[in-house]
Design a protein around this ligand. Structure first.
Ligand SMILES: C=C(O[C@H]1C=CC=C(C(=O)O)[C@@H]1O)C(=O)O
Ligand SMILES: [Mg+2]
Length: 461
């Protein structure tokens, strides 16, 4: 990797073009500068009519916002997707010319993307635009890190490019993207709501509990789908805006792919890496919120002491501990969970901190962790086989890792739950729950209903 301190865009393009070897077709040039504080959602909206895919990401405490516009490059992988993605990313960085004087997490060249829940399950039309592993290196990107804005352009410079023309073209798009913009209020209403086979889903919960009682598995997470049709086309910018207003303590993400957009507000961190510091989260076990403070306290106290929910949660804790211990030192996991409150529900929560051993990357950890028993089950292979066979749903990217990584060993991935796939004036919403030996199908069904609420309420429900 070549680091350049002072740079003039055109001169840099020229230098790179001249330096291209005979056998080299193109080289990534990434240039980052600090700009006046710019609202992430306005930046996202500004690109609405550019005909480029947009990506939005913010973490649960809003210290980082990332917006990507277009793709300078795309890393797509299928089989052995964790290793392949990492290899392609490393290869790209080795040749890249990166100018980023700031070196803050999320600034400079980043890859933003996600994966499907289970590459072994047959995909359907629903997810046709989403690959088993797909990471974008955006053409233009805004990173708001602790309220300061960093603008990055990523350009694949080719031998026959003209440096002056290339610089002028990027300058023009940059000026357009950085114009102030106001988000229009949207009045989205639901015309039609279809639950996909709720009785069949409850039956699959019954089958799962009997498998568990017969010792074929200990926990199996089953998900279902609700389809909505709206009065008009659903705009992702307006939906993100409402999620930002209503879903504190959650990651908010949106991945646009042509006419589709996968969007959500998930509380579930899979893993965060900052240099060698690693954070993961066990989040499983659910109860509604109370109407009053007293009722809320009572429910959260019951949740903390509820055997069924504690069991659901503990499978996640034990699995995360087992999966990452060889990759880390200084692993700290509290013995008992606490309650993590969200707008519509509350969860059992256990934080995990550790130090990543040298030589390992965030992809090694994702590979170990995905899917945790919060989304798959225990044991992993048995529960996945059950889901493959018995769940009517094509999960696509639902329940899978979504996030970003930069070129400096920083990155973060959340688990894409509380989410919807938007397609024009319709949407598919997804929610699942952890089935254990004494799960009751009606109660699990009710639990999925409250998990659908965050997305339903911003989609006009
Ligand atoms: C599978 C989902 O939630 C998981 C995460 C937290 C709590 C869960 C539960 O209590 O069942 C689920 O394991 C979902 O929201 O679709
Ligand atoms: Mg549950």
């Amino acid at each position: 990797m070549i680091e350049i301190k002072e740079v003039q865009v055109e001169a840099l393009f020229e230098k790179v073009i001249q330096g291209l070897q005979n056998n080299e077709n193109a080289r990534l040039v990434s240039i980052t500068k600090k700009i006046q504080t710019t609202d992430a959602l306005e930046f996202y909206e500004q690109a609405r009519f550019m005909g480029k895919n947009r990506t939005f990401w913010t973490n649960s405490n809003r210290s980082l916002f990332l917006v990507g516009i277009g793709e300078a490059y795309e890393i797509v992988a299928n089989q052995s997707r964790f290793k392949e993605t990492k290899q392609q990313w490393d290869h790209l960085l080795e040749q890249a010319v990166i100018h980023n004087p700031y070196q803050l997490p999320g600034t400079g060249v980043i890859a933003l993307g996600g994966m499907s829940f289970d590459p072994k399950k047959n995909t359907t039309e629903l997810w046709k635009h989403f690959k088993p592993s797909q990471f974008m290196i955006p053409e233009f990107q805004l990173a708001n890190y602790q309220d300061e804005s960093y603008f990055t352009m990523n350009v694949f410079v080719k031998k026959d490019d003209h440096p002056g023309q290339l610089a002028a073209a990027t300058r023009q798009l940059e000026a357009k993207l950085l114009q102030p913009n106001h988000l229009e209020a949207e009045a989205l209403t639901i015309d039609k709501r279809v639950e996909i086979d709720p009785e069949g889903w409850k039956e699959s919960v019954r089958t799962a509990t009997s498998e568990i009682r017969n010792k074929k598995a200990e926990k199996i997470v089953l998900a279902r789908e609700v389809r909505l049709t709206f009065n008009k086309k659903a705009e992702s910018g307006a939906i993100i805006n409402k999620l930002l207003d209503t879903q504190a303590n959650s990651y908010i993400f949106a991945f646009e792919k042509l006419e589709d957009c996968f969007i959500g507000a998930t509380p579930e961190r899979l893993v965060k890496v900052e240099q060698d510091q690693l954070l993961s989260t066990c989040l499983a076990g659910t109860a509604p919120r109370g109407e009053t403070k007293a009722e809320d306290d009572r429910i959260s106290n019951e949740l903390l002491h509820d055997e069924k929910n504690r069991q659901e949660h503990d499978f996640v804790v034990q699995m995360i501990k087992r999966s990452i211990k060889d990759y880390c030192t200084d692993l700290v996991i509290p013995d008992v969970p606490v309650v993590y409150p969200l707008k519509n529900l509350q969860h059992l929560y256990t934080p995990v901190t550790a130090k990543l051993k040298a030589g390992y990357s965030i992809f090694d950890i994702i590979e170990q962790l995905h899917p945790t028993p919060a989304l798959g089950g225990t044991p992993r292979e048995e529960s996945l086989a059950f889901i493959r066979e018995n769940e009517a749903l094509d999960r696509g990217w639902y329940g899978a890792p979504v996030g970003w990584l930069d070129s400096n060993q920083n990155g973060e991935f959340a688990v894409a739950i509380r989410s919807a796939l938007i397609h024009g004036d319709s949407a598919s919403l997804f929610a699942g729950c952890g089935v254990v030996k004494n799960s009751d199908p009606e109660e699990e069904y009710e639990e999925t209903n409250i998990k659908l609420m965050p997305m339903l309420s911003v989609l006009g429900g």
